[in-house]
Design a protein around this ligand. Structure first.
Ligand SMILES: [Zn+2]
Ligand SMILES: [Zn+2]
Length: 333
C-alpha cells in the first residue's frame, strides 16, 4: 500500500474527455525543482488538444503548457542556483538538445520538439517536478500567478523582434486577444505606440480600461502604421493590415487562422512592403518576457482568474465551445 501524497491534476483521456486525477507525488530529482503551480494559462493550443485535433497527445497526459509558480524543493545538483520560494515560469518546449535550433537556445523550433502538456505531462496540476534548466526565474516579489504569462508574452517579444519595432513608431496590432495584448505590452516597453484592432466590443472595453488604444476594424484611417503585427492572419485581416502600412512598412504574421491572400496584393510591390512570419520564441526572449512580467505582474495583459482545478474541465469545455473571455483565462489550482 502506498503512503505517497496524491497530487490533483487534469488529464486528457480522449476528445472532449478531461478528468481530474491523482498523481503520486515523487521526490525532487537531483537536477530538478518542485514547483507549487500558481496559475495555468489556457490558449488555442489547449482547445485544439481538447477536441483531439493536435494528434500528439496520449490518453492520460496532464495538459497545460503555460504555467509557473513557487519553488518548494530544490534538487541537490542545482542547489547552488535555486532557492525555495523563488517564483518561476516554465519553458514548455523540450527539444532534442543536439540540433542547431536547440544549441542556439530555441528548442521551440526544434524539429523533434515536444511540448509539455502534449507529448509529456504538463502543468495543469497542483504541483509539478521539472528539470531546473527549464525554469525561468522572475525577479523581485511578483504575484506568482503572473508566472503563467511569461510564455504568451514571450510570443509578443519575438513578434516585435521579427517585426523590427523601434522607439517612436506607430504599430498596428490586429486582434485584441491575449497575444495581441502581449504584443501591445511589448511595443510599449520598446517605446513605440501600439493601436489594437478588435471587433468584439467587450474586449475593446477591457483593453481600454487596461490603458490601450483600441479601435474596431471599421474605424480605420489612412496609411499611418510603420509596422503591423497580425495575431489573427485570416483572409480579411492580412489585406486590411497591408492597407494601413506606410510605404516601406513591415507586416509580421503571428496568427495561424490561415487563408491569407497575399498573392492578390499589388501593394506589396508598389509600396515596397515586407511580409514575414513569427513563431514562438527562444530562451533569451522568455527571459526578456520574465523581466516584463516582473515589473507588471498580473497587469502585464488583461487576465481572467478562474479558480479551482476541479472546475477546469468545465471551464475548458466552455472555452472550446466558444465562450469568449475578455482577458487571458488563467486556471488557479
Ligand atoms: Zn499556449
Ligand atoms: Zn533540437
Amino acid at each position: 500500500m502506498s503512503t505517497a501524497a496524491m497530487i490533483p491534476a487534469i488529464a486528457w483521456h480522449g476528445p472532449e474527455d478531461l478528468r481530474l486525477i491523482g498523481r503520486e507525488e515523487r521526490p525532487v530529482a537531483s537536477d530538478g525543482l518542485l514547483v507549487e503551480v500558481a496559475a495555468i494559462g489556457i490558449c488555442g493550443t489547449d482547445l485544439h488538444q481538447y477536441h483531439g485535433d493536435d494528434g500528439g497527445t496520449d490518453p492520460g497526459t496532464v495538459i497545460g503548457h503555460e504555467f509557473g509558480g513557487v519553488v518548494t524543493a530544490v534538487g541537490r545538483d542545482v542547489a547552488a542556483s535555486w532557492d525555495i520560494g523563488e517564483v518561476v515560469a516554465i519553458d514548455p518546449n523540450a527539444g532534442c538538445a543536439a540540433c542547431p535550433a536547440c544549441i542556439a537556445g530555441a528548442a521551440a523550433t526544434c524539429p523533434r520538439r515536444e511540448l509539455l502538456g502534449a507529448g509529456r505531462d504538463g502543468g495543469l496540476a497542483a504541483r509539478v517536478g521539472i528539470p531546473a534548466h527549464r525554469a525561468v526565474r522572475i525577479a523581485g516579489d511578483p504575484d506568482p500567478r503572473a508566472a503563467a504569462l511569461v510564455e504568451p508574452v514571450a510570443v509578443g517579444v519575438h513578434a516585435c523582434a521579427r517585426a523590427g519595432v523601434r522607439a517612436g513608431e506607430r504599430i498596428g496590432i490586429i486582434g485584441g486577444g491575449p497575444i495581441g495584448a502581449a504584443c501591445a505590452r511589448v511595443v510599449r516597453e520598446l517605446g513605440a505606440r501600439p493601436v489594437l484592432i478588435e471587433p468584439d466590443a467587450s474586449r475593446r472595453a477591457r483593453l481600454e480600461a487596461w490603458g490601450a488604444e483600441v479601435t474596431a476594424p471599421t474605424d480605420v484611417a489612412a496609411r499611418d502604421w510603420d509596422r503591423a503585427i497580425d495575431t489573427v492572419a485570416h483572409a480579411a485581416t492580412t489585406p486590411a493590415a497591408l492597407d494601413r502600412l506606410r510605404r516601406g512598412g513591415t507586416l509580421c504574421l503571428v496568427g495561424l487562422a490561415g487563408g491569407t491572400t497575399l498573392s492578390a496584393r499589388t501593394s506589396v510591390v508598389r509600396e515596397e512592403l515586407t511580409v514575414l512570419g513569427s513563431f514562438c520564441y527562444d530562451r533569451s526572449e522568455l527571459e526578456a518576457s520574465a523581466r516584463i512580467v516582473a515589473v507588471h505582474g498580473l497587469d502585464t495583459i488583461p487576465v481572467d482568474c478562474l479558480p479551482g482545478l476541479d472546475a477546469a474541465p468545465g471551464v475548458i469545455a466552455a472555452l472550446a465551445a466558444g465562450t469568449l473571455t475578455s482577458g487571458k483565462p488563467l486556471i488557479i489550482p
